[in-house]
Design a protein around this ligand. Sequence first.
Ligand code: ATP
Ligand code: MG
Length: 387
Amino acid sequence: MINSQQNRRTPKSYDRLRDLFFRDIEILLIEDSAVDQVVFCRYVERSQMPFVVTAVGSLAEAREKLANKHFDIIVADYYLPDGVCLELGIIFYEYPVVVMTGGGDEKIAVGVMKAGAKDYLIKGTGSGALKMLPLTLENVLIRHHAEREREELEARADEMQKMESLGRLAGGIAHDFNNILGSIIGYTELAVEDVEEDSITRRNLQEVLIAAQRASHLVEQILAYTRDSAEERVRVDLVEVLDEVMNMLAHSIPKNVEIEIIRQVDYAYVHGNETNLYQVVMNLITNGIQAMEAEGGILKIRMMEIIQGRKPMICVEISDQGCGINRDHLERIFEPFFTTKAPGKGTGMGLAAVQGIVEYHNGRIDVSSQVGVGSVFTLQLPSDLND
Ligand SMILES: Nc1ncnc2c1ncn2[C@@H]1O[C@H](COP(=O)(O)OP(=O)(O)OP(=O)(O)O)[C@@H](O)[C@H]1O
Ligand SMILES: [Mg+2]
């Protein structure tokens, strides 16, 4: 007999499960005995477990249910009218499965564990199977969740390693490529001097120079992304960097774009590589301006100091009223070579370089965006506190 007093657990006992699921947990019970089904459901109800039970009586019904609905855990009787539960095969690896076997069937229990089941319960009078049910299900679910989390972490670590070696490869190529470009630019500059001022050859050579300089800019972005270009680090004032970027852009800002700069600090010192930080600010502002090219609008740049977990950080917020970024793109904008711009207009290395540089400087870059409204990029870098 079930001692309901002893087994009644307060809902608080399932806090860990509730934290993991935020909803009722779906159990598929595969049990051909109608009586055992009722007993199981009643027990779950009485012990106030946050579970919803769907009961079926055969493997065929179980397969059908699993094809149409997601379950969090499966509890299966070993012997069923149309076979043994092991025939569910792959299900044992996709779901956490607890198998119920009859008393004296420990060998079977070992077999099902080898087949991928997460745990087993011995049925029958006096076995205490039901008493063990809450704890067993709780443990299995928590373990399964932890395993999944570990698998995801491992997959992410693999991905990071892949990106790192790709980055190293790209960095290596970019270095060699830079030297080649140096020769192309150098010799073309010499050749330009040697030909008539108004000649077609001179114009053609100037086109070569423009293209080579564009290639050189791309190489710089790749090097910044792979963090290979990070040379010396010094005390850099981001206020000055911003001024420099604005000077550089002064003649290329479209008429329909207005720039508003709000400086809440007189100085914004960070420790870093000046060329790289210039690249970050330049790339973010250029993107904002480009996003407003069609419709125009205001690009707001706000620079301030904030405290983040007791650490003072320099924060640069760049908001535009441009086209915005949809959700699918938002996940990819920091990927190297991801661009929505026409060929020749964008390389897709701008934000990848930004991210590489920001990480190297122990900072962070956040973005929020709404299609048709605009985007806000927030850059945070640790303040340089040395005088
Ligand atoms: N402020 C913004 N508003 C709307 N979309 C943006 C904004 N900033 C970035 N994006 C999107 O992110 C993509 C990637 O940006 P990223 O700066 O890396 O490359 P790009 O601007 O396309 O090319 P490049 O920077 O080499 O000229 C852009 O193509 C664009 O779709
Ligand atoms: Mg860009």
